[in-house]
Design a protein around this ligand. Structure first.
Ligand SMILES: CC(=O)[C@@H](O)[C@H](O)COP(=O)(O)O
Ligand SMILES: NCC(=O)COP(=O)(O)O
Length: 261
């Protein structure tokens, strides 16, 4: 296992799907905070949640419960994803008002009933409305990442509206990887160009959506400068078979393998 501090790319575990299972009964199991705690104990660098307006998985109290947990884990990060034009900023303000840790907000342009995230922000269309909400959120002392399609040409505009990072939406890569090497090659080149453009524009680079134990190492080998991957669906599915501890270690190993070339 790659010990914390030795990997260049942080692993933030998205626990949405633990909440999804829990919400099918009124028993409180599986526990979202216990899942997060086990992931942190296993070496995960952070926890991610995407509290959707319909609370289909993460509920508002989960955000505060997890922030309380993160308070006991200095050096680990809490990342909340969501649409700043719904109620994400209200939640962020409340976390901060309670003196709880919140390191990153990832702005995602999802509709209220979005099945799952499937596209990034559009520039120049979204620029004028994003600029003020990014400024408000950064004033809370939180890093702002914009969920973006892997389009190199859009990265300078993402930087111009005041974002600190972009999160590259990796579902097209994951789908291509599943098809085979020729399709993956196209996406590796596309994502590498987008990441380099983001770095050149002064942005940090995150990545996420449908990353898994197989596609993660080759992605990180080919795409430069990825600071963080947030992984939920595949990781929690793996944890159903392997347990949280072995699963998080396997993903940290997959990240570590990319660093070894
Ligand atoms: C922003 C993003 O990439 C999504 O992966 C999201 O966090 C997952 O949301 P669901 O778990 O609701 O599909
Ligand atoms: N930002 C992506 C994320 O948090 C998890 O996405 P997925 O692994 O559930 O597809």
């Amino acid at each position: 296992m790659s010990p914390i501090g030795s990997v260049h790319t942080a692993l933030s575990v998205n626990v949405n799907k633990v909440a999804l299972v829990r919400n099918t009964r009124h028993l409180g199991i599986p526990s979202v905070t216990r899942a997060a705690e086990l992931c942190l104990q296993a070496g995960a660098h952070g926890i991610t949640v995407h509290p959707r307006p319909d609370e289909r998985h993460i509920r508002w109290h989960d955000v505060f419960d997890l922030a309380e947990l993160l308070r006991q884990w200095p050096g680990r990060e809490f990342n909340i994803e969501g649409n700043p034009f719904h109620n994400l900023l209200e939640v962020a303000r409340e976390v901060k008002a309670r003196g709880l840790p919140l390191h990153q907000l990832t702005f995602v342009p999802d509709s209220v009933d979005q099945f799952t995230s499937d596209h990034g922000w559009r520039f120049p269309e979204d620029a004028s409305r994003l600029k003020p909400v990014i400024a408000q959120a950064r004033a809370l002392g939180v890093r702002i990442s914009l969920f973006m399609d892997a389009e190199a040409d859009a990265m300078a505009a993402a930087s111009a509206v005041g974002a600190d990072r972009v999160e590259l939406y990796t579902e097209p890569y994951a789908a291509a990887y599943a098809q085979g090497p020729a399709a993956a090659e196209v996406q590796w080149r596309r994502f590498a160009a987008a990441a380099q453009a983001a770095l050149d524009a002064g942005l940090g680079v995150n990545a996420g959506h449908d990353l898994n134990r197989d596609n993660l190492t080759p992605f990180l080998r080919r795409v430069p400068g990825v600071s963080e991957v947030s992984i939920g669906h595949a990781l929690i599915a793996d944890a159903l078979e392997l347990g949280y501890t072995a699963t998080v270690r396997a993903y940290l190993d997959a990240i570590g393998a990319a660093q070894q070339g």
